[in-house]
Design a binder for this molecule. Sequence first.
Ligand SMILES: Nc1ncnc2c1ncn2[C@@H]1O[C@H](COP(=O)(O)OP(=O)(O)O)[C@@H](O)[C@H]1O
Ligand SMILES: N[C@@H](CCC(=O)OP(=O)(O)O)C(=O)O
Length: 367
Amino acid sequence: MNQVNWQRIVIKVGSALISPERNGCSSHYLLPIASFIVRCRQRGIQVVLVSSGSVAAGAHLFNDKTTSISVKKAMAAAGQTEMVATWDRLFDFSSAQILLTHADLSERERFISVSETLETLLNQGILPIVNENDTVTTDSVKVGDNDNLSAMVATASHADALIICSDIEGLYNANPHENSDAKLITEVDAITAEIYQMAGGATSNVGTGGMKTKIQAAEKAVSHGVTTYIVNGFNQSSFDQLLRGENPGTKFLPYQTPLHEDTHWVRHTTKILGEIVVNNEFSLASEQSVNVVSTGDVIDVVGDFSPGDIVLLRTSSGNKIAKARTNYSSCLLSVVAKQNDNVNSQPLVQSSKSILSDKFSAKMEVS
Ligand SMILES: Nc1ncnc2c1ncn2[C@@H]1O[C@H](COP(=O)(O)OP(=O)(O)O)[C@@H](O)[C@H]1O
Ligand SMILES: N[C@@H](CCC(=O)OP(=O)(O)O)C(=O)O
């Protein structure tokens, strides 16, 4: 019986569980997770696996143990094969490898394509195994950690739950490796600045991002209606508890009313490719509805972007207002900004054309 009422879940497995010694893959900690995946599937729950560990798994093949980017990328390329093969051996059903970069998710058409492929694989009973395509990433196209990636995958696959399996019970009010009296937070109903303050970086030599990226992932997921857990993947009991509908770690409650699909994607999945700077007096008329930025408000432009790209709308004093899709290129808006500057407060370009945005997420359309 499915006591947890999930239909589709994403399980994220951290490097420490796959390659604890950075000496190839070990199935030691993967067996209980594989068994959990099998038991979920037997209950009719579809599963997507987001697996880290390619860098850690490939590390033993290289004499150069430095953390140079090019060596890490080579480790990832070599370790990825071993990591997927190790998982695949644990199942008597087929798995499929999906390697993604942020660019694949940040462009709407590609995001939908990824989403459709996940759907097709799941409906065919194949287990998707997702990782970041570390070998081809650069700073401008990488997600950078698999916690955030797993939340994006949970969104793209319309999952009900995201289970982040780590090397620790869950979120503590301070990093327990540095504070012996740290207390486990079992339930989080709102991800506030206080929650972020509790979360530190990774302290192991295999993990990336630590608790901070897990909180970011939880924020992305819960605002899409995805219940999120951080659990200790070393403990078999975590998985037994999950299947009994219990909470073995930290549970983040989903929004009662998730964000609109497109708003969520702009806010939580897209990458900012430039900035439109408006005057300090500018404010959004409404946090909920579509807002208007007139061309007369534009005082500066940062970066190179094209129509349709996602930009940050901010004031000249640095106040972040919204993430928005621009209908104009940086080139054209730079001209607009210069014209506004030349006539001081009397812009040559009136608000005959407008950019629309909605708070922090924003679609920008020409009205
Ligand atoms: N408040 C906190 N609660 C729990 N762990 C924390 C906290 N702050 C930082 N951490 C660190 O985050 C680590 C887990 O993240 P990470 O090493 O990236 O693991 P993974 O490989 O599973 O992603 C913990 O082992 C711990 O050192
Ligand atoms: N993509 C990288 C993992 C990056 C990452 O986020 O690692 P982790 O913090 O262990 O989940 C790899 O496969 O090595």
